[in-house]
Design a protein around this ligand. Structure first.
Ligand code: HEM
Length: 514
C-alpha cells in the first residue's frame, strides 16, 4: 500500500471513530430522559434490554417488527408505552384513539420534525409529506384543486375505464401463462392514471424511475430502523444515492415537460383552438400546472410532484394488491362481490368488458359490499403502516403521559387495526361485514381507523383511491379467477408504504360469463 493510500485510510478510520463517539455522546445526553405518566415512568414493551433499549428490535425486518408492535398492543391495550433506542430522542408508542385524536388536533405541536424530515429529506425534500407552514399550504391547495369534483368525474368516467380496459385486455391475452404479477398490473393502472391526470405524461410501472423510486423508498424506510444510518450509508449507501439521483432527475423532467406543455398551450391559444381535445386531455397535467402557478422554485415543484406521485399511485396500487390477496384466500367473499354486481344488473348477463363497457355503474353507493371489502383489506394491510411525529414543545397527552420537547411518538397502524379493544375478538379475521350495517356502508372514525390519517393533514386522495377501488375490484373479480402461484403467505418488503415482497404471482383464468 503506498503512503497516500495508507494516510487516507487512517483519516477515514478517525472520521468514522469521531462520528461514532459523537453519536454515543448524543445517545447519553438525550436517551436517558424518562417519560412519565402520573409521576411514574411508563412501562416498557417486550424485548427492552439494558443499554440498547429497543434498538435491536428495530434492526429486524419489517414483518417481524409489525409482529412486535402487534404483540405490544395485545399486551398493553390502549396503554402508552416507552421506547428507547440509543442515539435517538426518547419515544412512546401510542395505542389509544383518544391520544391519536389529540395528535390530529394539534398538528402544530406534533410535526414530522427533524426526526422524520432528516431521514426523508433526500427523497422528498420540500414535498407535501415533508412540508410545514407556507410550503405545505400551497401544495395542499394545489392538490385540492387537482382533486376537485369535476376532475374526479373525468377520472371515473374517462381515464380509469380506459386504463382498466387496457389491463383487462392485457390479462385476457395472458390467460394460461405460468404467472402474472397482479401487483404489477395494479401498479400499472395507478401509475398511468397519475402520470396522465396529474402530469400529462405517459408513465409505466416498469420505468427506470419506478424501479429506482421503489429502491429509494426501501432505503429511506430503513433509515427509521437503523439509528446509525448516517454511518452505514457511507459504506453501503451507493445504490440508494444512485436511486435517489434517478428519482430527482425524473422529478426535474416532470417539471420541464409541464413548462413545455404550458408554452405549447399558449401557442395553441394564439392559433388553433383546442376543439379536438378530449375531456381527459383538457385536465391532464392539472396538478403540476397548479403547482407551477403556486410555487416559483422549480426544484420545490419537482419535490412536490414526486411526493404526490408516490402518495397517489403506490398506496392505491398496493391496497388493491392486498385486497386481491385476501379475495384469493376468501373465495366466498369474491363470490359475494360478484353477487353484488349481478344484483346491479338485475340478474341479466354481465356486459362483456369491451369498448362500450361502462364500469362507472360501480360507485360507493351502488357497491357497498365491495367498498366494505376494500376497507377491510385496508384495515388489515394499511398502505402506510407506521406514523411518526415529534413534539415541538412539552406536551401532555389525554391519558396523562408527559412528553418532553423533541420526544418521538410512534403509532403502528398495522397493529392498531388488529386491536381487539377496538375491533372485537375477531380483529384478525377478514370480515368485510364489520363495515356494513343493514346493507349500508358504515364509516369508522379516523382515530379508530387511521389508514387515511386525520385532522387537517388528512389524506387528500381518499376519494380518488375509493373511486379507483370500486371500479377495479368488481371488474377484475367478474372477468377473472386468479389462482395464487403458490400458497405462501405474502409479506411486505422494506418501504415507506406496503409493497408485497416478490409481487403477487397468479395464474389468470377467464370467467365464463362477462
Ligand atoms: C388507499 C390509498 C391511500 C392511502 C391508504 C393513503 C393514506 C395516507 C396517509 C396515511 C397519509 C398521511 C401521511 C403522512 O403525512 O405521514 C396521506 C397523506 C396524503 N395523501 Fe394519501 N393515501 C392514499 C391514496 C392517496 C391518493 C390516491 C392521493 C392522490 C394524489 C393521495 C394524496 C395524499 C396527499 C397529498 C397527502 C399529504 C396530505 C398533507 O400532508 O396535507 N393519497 N395519505
Amino acid at each position: 500500500m503506498d503512503c497516500t493510500a495508507y494516510k487516507m485510510e487512517k483519516v477515514a478510520l478517525y472520521a468514522v471513530g469521531a462520528i461514532a463517539i459523537a453519536l454515543l455522546l448524543n445517545a447519553f445526553s438525550s436517551w436517558n430522559k424518562v417519560i412519565r405518566r402520573d409521576g411514574k415512568p411508563l412501562r416498557n414493551p417486550p424485548s427492552t434490554w439494558p443499554l440498547v433499549g429497543n434498538g435491536l428490535i428495530f434492526l429486524q425486518d419489517r414483518w417481524k417488527l409489525f409482529a412486535w408492535f402487534d404483540k405490544c398492543q395485545r399486551q398493553f391495550g390502549y396503554e402508552t408505552v416507552a421506547i428507547s433506542v440509543p442515539t435517538l430522542p426518547p419515544g412512546v408508542i401510542i395505542h389509544d384513539p383518544r391520544n391519536l385524536e389529540f395528535v390530529f388536533k394539534h398538528e402544530g405541536i406534533f410535526t414530522k420534525g427533524m426526526f422524520v424530515k432528516g431521514r426523508s429529506w433526500d427523497l422528498f425534500g420540500n414535498g407535501i409529506i415533508n412540508a410545514d407552514g407556507e410550503f405545505w399550504k400551497v401544495q395542499r391547495k394545489a392538490g385540492l384543486s387537482f382533486l376537485n369534483t369535476a376532475n374526479l368525474r373525468v377520472l371515473t368516467e374517462v381515464a380509469l375505464p380506459q386504463y382498466l380496459l387496457k389491463s383487462v385486455n392485457d390479462l385476457k391475452s395472458r390467460v394460461g401463462e405460468d404467472a402474472v404479477d397482479l401487483q404489477y398490473v395494479f401498479h400499472e393502472i395507478t401509475t398511468q392514471l397519475m402520470g396522465k391526470m396529474a402530469y400529462n405524461m405517459e408513465m409505466h410501472a416498469d420505468d427506470e424511475f419506478s424501479k429506482s423510486f421503489d429502491y429509494a423508498s426501501g432505503g429511506t424506510a430503513e433509515r427509521f430502523q437503523n439509528p446509525l444510518w448516517r454511518v452505514t450509508e457511507i459504506f453501503f449507501g451507493s445504490r440508494l444515492r444512485k436511486s435517489i439521483a434517478v428519482v430527482k432527475k425524473f422529478g426535474r423532467g416532470i417539471v420541464a415537460s409541464a413548462v413545455k406543455d404550458r408554452k405549447d398551450q399558449k401557442a395553441r391559444e394564439n392559433g388553433d383552438t383546442a376543439d379536438g381535445e378530449s375531456k381527459l386531455d383538457q385536465i391532464s397535467g392539472s396538478l403540476i400546472q397548479s403547482l407551477l402557478d403556486a410555487i416559483g422554485d422549480q426544484e420545490i415543484v419537482a419535490d412536490a410532484a414526486l411526493t404526490y406521485l408516490s402518495a397517489g399511485r403506490d398506496t392505491t396500487g398496493q391496497a388493491l394488491t392486498w385486497t386481491f390477496y385476501l379475495l384469493m384466500k376468501h373465495r366466498y367473499v369474491a363470490a359475494k362481490v360478484r353477487q353484488e354486481v349481478q344484483k346491479l344488473f338485475e340478474g341479466k348477463d354481465l356486459p362483456p368488458m369491451q369498448e362500450d363497457f361502462d364500469p362507472t355503474v360501480f360507485t360507493s353507493v351502488s357497491m357497498p359490499y365491495t367498498m366494505a371489502v376494500f376497507y377491510e383489506a385496508l384495515r388489515l394491510f394499511p398502505p402506510i403502516p407506521f406514523e411518526i411525529r415529534q413534539c415541538m414543545q412539552d406536551a401532555t397527552l389525554p391519558d396523562g403521559t408527559v412528553l418532553p420537547k423533541d420526544s418521538v411518538l410512534v403509532w403502528c397502524i398495522w397493529a392498531m387495526q388488529r386491536s381487539r379493544v377496538t375491533w372485537g375478538e375477531d380483529a384478525d379475521d377478514f370480515r368485510p361485514e364489520r363495515f356494513l350495517e343493514n346493507g349500508k356502508l358504515v364509516s369508522r372514525s379516523a382515530t379508530e381507523f387511521p389508514v387515511f390519517y386525520g385532522g387537517t393533514r388528512t389524506c387528500l386522495g381518499k376519494k380518488m383511491a375509493e373511486a379507483i377501488a370500486v371500479q377495479v375490484i368488481p371488474t377484475m373479480a367478474c372477468m377473472f379467477d386468479f389462482i395464487p402461484e403458490d400458497e405462501k403467505d405474502r409479506v411486505s418488503k422494506s418501504s415507506l408504504t406496503l409493497p408485497m415482497e416478490g409481487g403477487l404471482p397468479v395464474v389468470v383464468k377467464a370467467r365464463s360469463r362477462g
